[in-house]
Write a protein that binds this ligand. Structure first.
Ligand code: MN
Length: 231
């Protein structure tokens, strides 16, 4: 057994529906502007180009959501509800027609974003890392195995804040479907078991205040609840 000079970091993981065993999280890859209406609301052009990617640290994951402290260093925290792909089998240069065989399962997640930091980074041509990859920036519900639910190619994905619907889309509205995302991302990095891919958010992103209650759902995949502590 390897001996380490400092305590070994804990392994982040997600619950898996139907079993006590857990899904170990390696990296969190994210796709930007993968729904046309959201691309437009962010000032992008949905017809323009191939997907673009960014990342969050694996330990940004918050398994199952729950009560969270309001993040530091932001006055404009935004929610983004997303279908999450859990990679079970790694690979590089994966052809799109084989990509779905690399998926272990799917979950529902929130790509929480410090929008003010992101806007400043965009303006300065700087990285998004601290806008997207902060502590507890990635609440994710249980993984539903493909063996149980198949591949969710269509179905509503929605988010409400304090009981009011703010985002409502359909996973079939993705510009780049899951197979294409896997194929294109695997041309840049070798995907590995435990990698998660956030597949982008539908339109309607907006601010979260301390005390807000977020409820996300995706038909066939699951639900996720997050509450931010009151100020
Ligand atoms: Mn996102």
């Amino acid at each position: 057994m390897t001996e380490y000079v400092i305590p070994q970091p804990p392994q982040p993981s997600l619950a898996v529906s139907g079993t006590e065993a857990r899904f170990p999280v390696r990296r969190i890859w994210c796709v930007g502007q993968n729904y046309a209406e959201h691309a437009r609301e962010m000032g992008g052009d949905p017809d323009r180009a191939p997907p673009f990617f960014f990342a969050k640290p694996g330990d940004a994951v918050v398994p199952g959501g729950g009560a969270l402290p309001f993040p530091v260093k932001t006055a404009n925290l935004h929610y983004e509800v997303e279908l999450v792909v859990a990679i079970g089998i790694g690979g590089r240069d994966i052809p799109a027609d084989q990509a779905l065989s690399h998926v272990y399962g799917y979950a529902l997640g929130l790509d929480m974003t410090r929008r003010d930091l992101q806007a400043a980074a965009k303006k300065a041509g700087r990285p998004w890392a601290l806008a997207k990859g902060f502590d507890q920036s990635c609440p994710i519900g249980p993984v539903a195995p493909v063996a149980t639910i198949g591949h969710p190619e269509r179905g509503p994905i929605a988010l409400s804040v304090n009981g009011e619907i703010r985002q409502q889309g359909d996973v079939s509205d993705m510009i780049w479907p899951v197979a294409d995302i896997i194929s294109q991302l695997s041309a840049f990095v070798a995907l590995a078991p435990g990698d998660l891919i956030m597949t982008g958010t539908p339109a309607g992103v907006g601010p979260v205040q301390p005390g807000d209650v977020l409820h996300a759902r995706c038909v066939g995949v699951g639900t996720l609840d997050v509450t931010y502590d009151a100020a």
